[in-house]
Design a protein around this ligand. Structure first.
Ligand code: G3P
Length: 241
């Protein structure tokens, strides 16, 4: 969608108004691996971290204290939103667990699954000033519910949608269209990203955030003509010495 600065301020292009009131896409890293989090953070482009129980298990984090300490360590490395997921599935337990997670650090975002009690909990956290990320979202209907409950972020899993031969990026575009039309404030956090191309496509489709493995972020750097061009510049620079 192109957006031109209006020549006539009395009848501005609606796209221009939308451009003015929205922010640029954020980059989160989708891992619990501290070395990768540090590497992405050192690039200077990192806005946050997302984790989930599978990513924590992959790092060998065991026991509630270890899990809480790991989140605390991540918060100390990255100054941005850090999603920490509840493993409870019943309303009262989700609230109790979410409160404990939120108490770890002011940057913690409580990640809640898209289930009936999860929606109730999202609304409770919203009413009590706790930021949330609604996870395991695979349809526009689920994204509408999450937004109605006031979720800070909604996480459509685009790679897993692609795995089932549906179009994950298309879902991002559909949710973005609905949220703009309806004025929902929930930010679209494209998750389950599998490649650098996914990031570019999600940016085009209107994602507010991409949460990506380190490889996909670094994949954005790559172009063979950059490597060839740099080699030539460095070779020619020798002639100037
Ligand atoms: O953020 C959700 C993400 O971790 C899921 O990714 O690759 O397991 O589908 P994946």
């Amino acid at each position: 969608m192109r957006c031109n600065q209006p020549a006539d301020f009395l009848s501005p292009d609606p796209h221009w108004i939308f451009y003015l009131i929205t922010t640029t896409m954020k980059f989160f890293i989708d891992t619990a691996n501290l070395a990768q989090i540090k590497e992405a953070n050192e690039l200077g482009i990192l806005d946050g971290v997302t984790t989930n129980p599978s990513l924590m298990a992959k790092e060998g984090i065991k026991g509630q204290d270890a899990v809480m300490n790991h989140y605390k360590t991540i918060c100390e490395i990255v100054d941005g939103d850090i999603s920490a997921e509840v493993i409870s599935t019943e309303f009262k337990a989700i609230i109790e667990e979410g409160n404990k997670l939120a108490a770890i650090h002011p940057n913690i975002i409580v990640k809640v699954p898209m289930i009936k009690d999860g929606v109730k909990a999202l609304k409770w956290f919203t009413d009590n000033g706790i930021k949330t990320n609604c996870t395991l979202v695979f349809s526009a209907g689920q994204a509408i519910l999450a937004a109605k409950a006031g979720a800070t972020y909604v996480s459509p899993f685009i790679g897993r949608i692609d795995d089932g031969s549906w179009d994950g990026v298309q879902l991002i575009a559909q949710i973005s269209h609905i949220y703009k039309l309806q004025g929902f404030k929930t930010e679209i956090l494209a998750a389950s990203i599998r490649s650098a191309l996914h990031i570019v496509k999600c940016a085009e489709a209107g994602a507010n955030v991409c949460t990506c493995p380190l490889d996909s972020i670094l994949g954005l750097l790559k172009h063979p003509l950059t490597d060839i061009g740099l080699a030539k510049f460095l070779e020619d620079a020798k002639k100037t010495m």
